[in-house]
Design a protein around this ligand. Structure first.
Ligand code: GSH
Length: 204
């Protein structure tokens, strides 16, 4: 199995953290996005969306999308469980993960494509009003998370799951590359961030 990855790319990072939690050793292929290696005809055969991560199986089949790849890894290595053990958990963790993706990742993404780093690349027409709105949405979402972490240890309750990996990658990318670091007064969010950042899958 080979994972198409690029240093600093937050979505492949979700998969590498997930694989480490599972104790799965993933060989990585350096897919140089700065050279457009994720848009070549060969790459588009694996993932028509032209995005990483992609997991290439030993038999030549490929799986795209971070969460889909994580689901595959959970199926081949069920423990430790990160997607849910019973019907309630399966639904609840899915809901929490989707909220992080749809409500936070999308806003971080809007701020990223309309921000200075992508702006310098000259590949998109920048929409400053969109960035103003998405920056505000991210800030509000951090506040919501802070309130939630006052009540519960992890994103989906009392144990670490795939939803924590999705959130950690979003917060770290937003902080380091998008200029959207959570306000230091959000002590519950920082408590959670420190706790998950110390896991060997993240720190190691
Ligand atoms: N929903 C996808 C998002 C993948 C994604 O946006 N990957 C970024 C790198 S972190 C990418 O390949 N961007 C290049 C592009 O959009 O052209 C997933 O979860 O895997």
């Amino acid at each position: 199995m080979k994972l198409f990855d690029f240093p600093g790319a937050p979505n492949p990072r979700r998969v590498t953290i997930f694989a480490k939690e599972k104790g799965i050793d993933l060989e990585t292929v350096h897919c140089d996005m700065s050279k457009g290696e994720h848009k070549t005809a060969a790459f588009l055969k694996m993932n028509p969306s032209g995005k990483i991560p992609v997991l290439l199986l030993d038999d030549g089949r490929a799986i795209a999308e971070s969460v889909a790849i994580c689901r595959y890894l959970e199926a081949i290595q069920p423990e430790p469980n990160l997607f849910g053990r019973d019907p309630y958990e399966l639904g609840h963790i899915e809901a929490r993960n989707r909220q992080i993706e749809m409500e936070l990742w999308t806003q971080v993404g809007t701020s990223w494509v309309n921000g200075p780093i992508v702006g310098k690349m000259g590949i998109f027409k920048q929409i400053p009003d969109a960035k103003t709105a998405s920056d505000k949405n991210v800030t509000r979402y951090y506040e919501r998370l802070d309130a939630e972490f006052a009540q519960q240890e992890y994103v989906a309750g009392d144990r670490f799951t795939v939803a924590d990996i999705s959130l950690l990658s979003a917060v770290d990318f937003a902080s380091s590359m998008v200029g959207l670091k959570p306000d230091e007064g959000l002590i519950n969010l920082y408590r959670w961030h420190k706790q998950v950042s110390e896991r060997s899958s993240v720190a190691g």
